[in-house]
Design a protein around this ligand. Structure first.
Ligand code: ZN
Length: 453
């Protein structure tokens, strides 16, 4: 049923239409929680580079940028694409026969590729028959050591449950970054339930493995940074980059029954900030400079996505005036709620500009003992190398859950994260609108000079 609105309400609507609605108020605890929960959900499987979870996150971010009314940040696409060298392995092309000898009894397991047995890692050696094969269980405490072992000529066989992330991740054909060198011998995963019972009388069983694992194929792995833009008005040939990395480290060895490194703080928190800032600023009064919102992949593999972006940026590099990179803003140190810190703060006037802006939302700058060395540890560094004033803003700590499955949404301080994101709204506006560009300090100039040598 439609009724005519009372006059007073109509006047109220007209009055609020006359001033732009405060878009900063769209940065709420509920929306922060919604976005960070999606990114750090177990369904993303820890957003490893490369992985399906990472790809899903890229598509989701692009859709949100589009819905917010941003422009595509690269010509005709939301994605800045690059490749990294990698290896392709295929669990469907392997063979494994296991014979267990216990006392005078022999048990033979003829395992069906991909169904009963999968290949965990690429190996140089293509086939063999090995006595005294190492056979371990998924919950074996030495599992991580076995998986990380680079030497040895014997294949390793690990029994895993079919809902284990290692098992799920090793299905069919897959690619892994080439930085992970092919090991001397393969590691096989065998579906749990096929092994005969372990001897309970203290006697040892021995295993012989006959196996084939074709050498991995060298491939170029396609990867994406996600880029959206809000066009500037008066300084249209200048760009401010607001960034965070949307990748994390994927799945690992189970800790307390959980093996998915959700990376809620590192760096779903920063990615959430980039997204909510883009959504809020897209509906605000347009900025003077263009603002590029960039979500990087490959950060955890050595700042790879930002390095590719800074090497081949979609806009002229010399027209990028600043990079505001956002890292881990979800878990403040004790007593530092609502405070933020900046890496390499003494290297430019970035911290002074950001500090004034943050104050508008009641966010104070604080010191962090490792802020100096962390300057070189995140994606801002890829831009600093080219002389662009670039820093990471963080409002977190290197907590005990860092790079562990326990870096989860439940441990985030959402009110803190929301306050910091609102502060960042003012920071981005300041860098996009203020007349002078940020500049390196004398110490910063020296640092950049050293970097360029
Ligand atoms: Zn990070």
């Amino acid at each position: 049923m439609k009724t005519r609105p009372p006059l007073r309400l109509l006047f109220g609507l007209l009055a609020s239409a006359a001033v732009l609605p405060a878009q900063i108020d769209t940065i709420t605890e509920a929306r922060v929680r919604e976005a960070v929960s999606w990114l750090a959900d177990d369904a993303r499987a820890g957003r490893d580079t490369p992985s399906q979870g990472l790809e899903d996150a890229a598509q989701w971010l692009a859709k949100r940028f589009e819905a917010a009314g941003l422009q595509q940040g690269t010509k005709g696409s939301w994605f800045h694409e690059y490749t990294l060298p990698g290896l392709r392995v295929d669990s469907r092309e392997i063979e494994l026969k296991l014979v267990r000898k216990h006392k005078d009894k022999e048990t033979t397991l003829d395992l069906q590729p991909d169904v009963d047995v999968r290949l965990w890692s690429a190996a140089d050696t293509a086939s063999g028959e090995t006595e005294a094969t190492t056979v371990a269980q998924a919950d074996d405490p030495v599992l991580q050591r076995l998986l990380g072992a680079e030497s040895g000529r014997r294949p390793i066989v690990i029994e895993v449950p079919t809902d284990h992330p290692f098992w799920l991740g090793a299905a069919g054909a897959r690619t892994m970054l080439g930085g992970r060198r092919a090991a001397a011998r393969p590691i096989f995963l065998v579906k749990k339930g096929l092994f005969p019972e372990l001897p309970t009388d203290g006697t040892e069983a021995t295993w012989t493995a006959t196996w084939k694992a074709p050498a991995p194929e060298k491939v170029e792995i396609p990867l994406k940074n996600v880029v959206g833009m809000i066009p500037g008005t008066t300084k249209r040939d200048e760009y401010v980059i607001v960034s965070a990395h949307y990748d994390h480290i994927g799945t690992g060895s189970p800790a307390e029954g959980d093996s998915i490194n959700n990376g809620a703080d590192d760096d779903a928190s920063g990615t959430t900030a980039v997204l909510l800032l883009a959504e809020a600023l897209a509906r605000e009064k347009p900025p003077a400079r263009n603002i590029l919102f960039v979500c990087f992949s490959g950060e955890e593999k050595g700042l790879r996505g930002s390095a590719a972006f800074a090497e081949h940026p979609p806009v002229p590099r010399e027209q990028i005036v600043a990079n505001i990179n956002i890292e881990m803003i979800g878990r403040p140190e004790e007593g530092k709620q609502g405070m933020a810190w900046i890496t390499g703060a003494d290297l430019s006037d970035f911290a002074a500009i950001a500090g004034d802006a943050l104050q508008l939302q009641g966010v104070a700058l604080t010191e962090f003992r490792m802020a100096g060395q962390l300057f070189a540890q995140s994606d801002n560094y890829s831009f600093a190398k080219y002389g662009i004033v670039a820093h990471s803003l963080s409002a977190g700590s290197l907590h005990k859950d860092y790079h562990r499955p326990s870096d989860e949404v439940a441990k985030l301080d959402i009110p803190h994260m929301t306050k910091i994101t609102r502060g960042l709204f003012e920071v981005v506006r300041a860098f996009a609108d203020r007349e002078p560009k940020p500049v390196w300090s004398e110490a910063g100039k020296k640092r950049i000079e050293r970097l360029r040598k």
